[in-house]
Design a protein around this ligand. Structure first.
Ligand SMILES: *[C@@H]1O[C@H](CO)[C@@H](O)[C@H](O)[C@H]1NC(C)=O
Ligand SMILES: *[C@@H]1O[C@H](CO)[C@@H](O)[C@H](O)[C@H]1NC(C)=O
Length: 449
């Protein structure tokens, strides 16, 4: 009994720190069109008003504890934010290092469930649609479901960015006089779980969705002939084939998928009155999306990603972003990949929601060495970035000129050391080398003396 009591206490405390699990969405109903949540999905789902430390809510999630994935997240589109994922500084959130992973595991997916599974943590409320702290709030595993790597990175991301551009220009043309309610959800497939059998001591914990969908309700503040809605859905497979459709058709599609899943008739309604559902307006949206989604580009990316072996993919991925680990997890914002006192590269992962873990990061690749011998930060390859010499940000936060390779004869400014004089300190307190036999010299990046 004592153990049970302690257990409950920890779980509740953890819940209150990062998310509010509630009986009704009353505290965060503003994220739903007409304050009304979607009808007809799993009634045993846990309702979560997503927040950070304070009582400010960022979005709402219906979470299936039993399958350990969200059924949907409902959020408002914020057009003000830049599309680049998370380059915000000054986060003031303390990692909860004292939480116990075993307790967390009971209720939630943890990052290691996704390792080597072939699935990304797909965020239903995408961080690129939110600003500042709203972004951090998206990085919780209650907002994440396993999405096939290729489908996520190629197709779903592509639609996400098309949706962002589309909504931004729409809002622009209406002088911002509208509110965009979005619901992104999953359809669980109870036949597929990760980790796969035989790859983990604790397999088959997290249900993989068969489909991922998004529904959009664009509500003009003044003139409802300018309001409209649409949705899209794709299979959670490498070539998932995303299709645009009316919200009423998406309701039907989801109703039949959910009826099959739950073996009883389900009738799903995402928005009250389907939010100005109209086939003429859908044709216009379709036209805009056709322009925004460039099929050639998608195809190229698809072959690129698919051709790379898993290990290559990982290195490429981690080298591109200071906050991505080799397992494909996101580092916390205040804690990018680094050595952090160890002799390997790593970071704390998994924001939010009583969860605490870490993962390895790729060490910096060769060819990313700067003048003083430091490595460039892992998302900064040496490049000109608008100046006339190659440079990068280093791990200690300086920006320094770069050598183009890790070679002992590579110097800054694309110069090569004279073959008889490789890079080194040679009696000075900086790295340098002669570039010819006439005593011309240049800074370089590696002590090979
Ligand atoms: C509402 O929008 C429609 C179509 O954009 C336009 O024709 C109509 O004049 C507008 N009505 C008002 C009252 O502004
Ligand atoms: C990917 O592999 C296919 C088939 O093996 C090959 O034809 C194609 O050229 C490769 N694409 C790239 C970008 O390497």
């Amino acid at each position: 009994m004592f153990v049970l009591g302690l257990f409950t206490c920890i779980v509740l405390r953890a819940f209150s720190a990062q998310a509010k699990v509630v009986d009704s969405f009353d505290d965060c109903k503003g994220f739903f069109y007409k304050d009304t949540e979607p009808e007809g999905m799993d009634q045993n789902g846990k309702k979560i008003c997503q927040k950070l430390e304070y009582d400010h809510y960022y979005y709402a999630t219906l979470y299936s504890v039993h399958r350990r994935i969200p059924l949907y997240s409902a959020y408002i589109f914020d057009p003000e934010c830049s599309s680049t994922a998370g380059r915000t500084e000054n986060w003031h959130i303390e990692p909860q290092r004292d939480s116990d992973e075993n307790i967390i595991k009971k209720y939630q997916a943890i990052s290691s469930d996704y390792s080597d599974s072939g699935y990304d943590h797909g965020l239903l409320n995408p961080n690129s649609f939110q600003c500042d702290e709203g972004r951090i709030a998206t990085f919780t595993l209650t907002n994440a479901a396993p999405i096939d790597e290729s489908f996520d990175r190629i197709h779903w991301k592509n639609w996400e960015s098309a949706l962002r551009s589309f909504l931004r220009s729409k809002l622009d043309s209406h002088g911002g006089s509208a509110k965009v309610y979005i619901v992104t959800g999953t359809v669980p497939d109870d036949d597929i779980q990760i980790p796969h059998k035989g790859t983990s001591e604790d397999p088959e914990r997290v249900t993989v969705p068969s489909h991922i969908w998004t529904a959009v309700c664009y509500k003009h503040h003044l003139n409802d002939t300018k309001s409209f809605s649409f949705g899209y859905i794709g299979k959670n497979q490498p070539e998932g084939g995303i299709r645009l459709m009316r919200v009423s058709d998406l309701n039907d599609k989801l109703s039949s998928l959910y009826s099959e899943l739950l073996k009883t008739h389900q009738s799903i309604k995402i928005f009250v009155g389907d939010c100005f559902d109209d086939s003429k307006k859908l044709n216009e949206v379709q036209g805009e999306f056709d322009k925004l989604i460039n099929p050639n580009q998608v195809d190229e990316m698809a072959t690129d990603v698919q051709n790379m072996s898993r290990t290559q993919k990982r290195v490429v991925r981690s080298s591109q972003h200071s906050h991505l680990t080799v397992g494909g997890s996101w580092c916390r914002y205040d804690n990018p990949c680094g050595k952090h006192g160890e002799d390997y590269y790593w970071c704390w992962i998994g924001y939010g929601f009583f969860f605490d873990s870490w993962d390895y990061c790729s060490p910096p690749l060769s060819g990313t060495r700067a003048k003083n011998g430091e490595y460039c930060r892992s998302n900064y390859a040496c490049s000109t970035y608008g100046s006339d010499y190659k440079w990068c940000y280093t791990e200690s936060g300086n920006n320094d000129m770069c050598c183009t390779s890790d070679d002992c004869l590579s110097a800054v400014n694309d110069k090569t050391c004279w073959s008889g004089h490789p890079c080194g300190y040679h009696g000075y307190d900086y790295l340098w080398c002669y570039t010819d036999d006439k005593a011309n010299w240049e800074y370089c990046c590696k002590d090979c003396d």
